[in-house]
Write a protein that binds this ligand. Structure first.
Ligand SMILES: Nc1ncnc2c1ncn2[C@@H]1O[C@H](COP(=O)(O)OP(=O)(O)OP(=O)(O)O)[C@@H](O)[C@H]1O
Ligand SMILES: [Mg+2]
Length: 259
């Protein structure tokens, strides 16, 4: 991963426009996490702090991802920091958010964050997908892998984040925030919880403990076994098609959801 562009390396026109919007920047800290954006900055003025993400407009897929984050922000206000503004300046696409002074979720075994992460995902359940077909259906993402009858397993009307890696879960004062709504989907209500349980296994949780955590989500408990099995099969087939044998470790965790 290329290092992120620092504040003083951004074009002067960009810095000028940002300062017109936020006031004189007195400190700028580069956040190194984040593969999609080219710059991620914590900018402070005398009275305020905000988080700024940016990507060159030539990087079409990253701009699309940032536009999605901006467009969906009002719909996910219960769980995400608020968008302050979006701008295109001197060939840079910029989105600015309220700054969360927090840390990444700890997903290792025995973490105290497990309940906060669960609560964060439950708050997502109260977010309705925005209208206008902005958010694609989850089934669409897997269209090349769907077998007959699989479509129904991935069908649903819930708004999903679909990338609950710990870098996208910030915790501040015991409250969880889900950032980076770049690849949302509409699908079954239990998908984010199931994918997060797989991540817990990836961080070393015993499958039994991850399943116990997941059992705290009634939507997963009430989903039929055939539906869950179809979901796991589709996700695993898709990962194998894309990553070959590298997918096997995570696929085993997905299959462990069904035991
Ligand atoms: N509002 C915020 N306040 C404070 N820090 C934030 C905020 N939003 C994001 N971050 C931090 O910045 C990092 C990068 O942001 P983000 O995940 O949105 O970038 P990205 O490049 O889209 O990520 P990805 O690697 O998933 O593509 C996050 O992992 C998090 O640590
Ligand atoms: Mg991210």
């Amino acid at each position: 991963m290329e290092p992120h562009v620092n504040w003083d390396e951004l074009p002067e026109a960009v810095r000028t426009v940002v300062e017109k919007r936020v006031g004189k920047v007195v400190s700028a800290r580069t956040v190194e996490d984040g593969i999609t954006c080219r710059t991620a900055l914590i900018l402070s003025t005398v009275t305020d702090t905000l988080f700024l993400k940016g990507t060159p407009v030539s990087d079409r897929s990253s701009v699309e991802a940032q536009r999605m984050e901006a467009d969906i922000n009002a719909a996910v206000a219960r769980v995400s920091p608020a968008l302050r503004w979006e701008a295109v300046v001197d060939e840079w696409h910029l989105i600015a958010f309220d700054y969360v002074s927090g840390r990444h979720a700890d997903l290792t075994p025995q973490t105290r964050d497990a309940a906060i992460v669960a609560d964060t995902l439950r708050r997502v359940r109260s977010c309705r997908p925005p209208g206008g077909g902005l958010v694609p259906l989850l089934a669409e993402r897997y269209r090349d892998t769907l077998g007959p009858g699989d479509y129904r397993a991935l069908d649903g009307s819930s708004l999903l984040h679909t990338d609950t890696n710990p870098h996208n879960i910030l915790i501040a004062s015991q409250c969880g925030y889900l950032v980076d709504w770049a690849m949302p989907a509409v699908g079954p209500a239990w998908v984010d919880a199931a994918q997060t349980a797989v991540r817990l296994m990836g961080y070393g949780w015993a499958p039994r403990d991850a399943r116990a955590w997941l059992s705290g989500f009634p939507e997963w408990e009430h989903a039929g076994q055939a539906t869950k099995a179809a979901f796991v099969r589709v996700v695993c087939d898709d990962a194998t098609a894309r990553f070959g044998s590298y997918a096997e470790q995570e696929n085993a965790c997905f299959r462990a959801l069904l035991s």
